[in-house]
Design a protein around this ligand. Sequence first.
Ligand SMILES: N[C@@H](CCC(=O)N[C@@H](CS)C(=O)NCC(=O)O)C(=O)O
Length: 218
Amino acid sequence: MPVLHGFSYSNYYNMPKHALLYKGVSFEEDLVYPSAQGYNKLSPALKVPSLTTDTGEHLSEAAVLCEYIEDAYPQKPLLPADAIARNKNRQLMHMAELYIELPNRRLIPYSFRNTPAPEQLVSEVVAVVDRGINSINALATFDPWVLGAEFTMADIYLFYVLTVAEMGGQMTGIDLNARISGLEQWRTAFAADPISQKVAADMEANREGFFGYIQSLS
Ligand SMILES: N[C@@H](CCC(=O)N[C@@H](CS)C(=O)NCC(=O)O)C(=O)O
């Protein structure tokens, strides 16, 4: 049985977790934080999540885990069969990560400390997020799913990217629902799914443990 390593408060952890749950794959969850001794054997960059496969191989990086899950468990596909559609899906996943998640992530330390971020940093984040918003508006249809009729990996990726974007939005003032047409309605439908609700409940259950871990680092 595959083992997913990491912690439920992590939006990146929740991407492959949602994919495994969606496909009905039995898996174990190993609650581990990146500073744990020996974690570098699972994730050389010391990032959550990582996955140990049925055959005992270790993989890390959320997008890689999602691709592996799709390859290893082809039931209930999360990527289209057609090469162009498949890569348009990956295009949206990458753009959401690079231009929405990662810039907003730079603001997380300020959000956790409840202190204002430097103006220069906020304007750098806004410039990149503007690029992300333009990209999502250009590619996504939200009709009813991000890229059309089928629920895909791009839905999972974008949904969990928004967790961090929302935290950052409190500092940048960017309201993604107002700037991305169809986003709010799609997000409400995604959040209502029982799998999303399980992931959200697990995330909430880990809140105290996660913040305890953060405090232990300082
Ligand atoms: N590129 C990584 C990013 C994952 C990531 O940033 N995970 C966070 C938790 S949400 C983490 O492990 N942070 C620990 C650290 O940066 O030291 C991926 O796609 O998996």
